[in-house]
Design a protein around this ligand. Structure first.
Ligand SMILES: [Zn+2]
Ligand SMILES: [Zn+2]
Length: 86
């Protein structure tokens, strides 16, 4: 079974900031209807994981790490955790 956890961008009021809302590299909105991107969210289809953070790169990192855990299966993940703790 494979899971996915798409990244979505949101405005401060929680509404979706779609891909056609372009922003400058410093994050200023270039779309008339866009109040600005406030946070990035990722929700995994496993239903057991989600996160919401300002930093898009950070959410993406955590998302990949979470999905890697699914790909490797619970046994491998448990081994990894044990190594981390050592
Ligand atoms: Zn927007
Ligand atoms: Zn998951």
């Amino acid at each position: 079974m494979s899971f996915h956890a798409p990244l979505t961008n949101h405005h401060a009021d929680g509404t979706l900031c779609p891909a056609d809302h372009k922003h400058t590299t410093s994050g200023k909105p270039l779309h008339a209807d866009c109040p600005g991107r406030s946070y990035t969210q990722a929700v995994c289809s496993c239903g057991g994981w989600e996160m919401k953070q300002r930093g898009k790169g950070y959410v993406n990192e955590c998302r990949k790490r979470h999905l890697a855990g699914h790909a490797q299966g619970p046994n491998v993940l448990r081994d990894l955790l044990r190594l981390d703790a050592a």
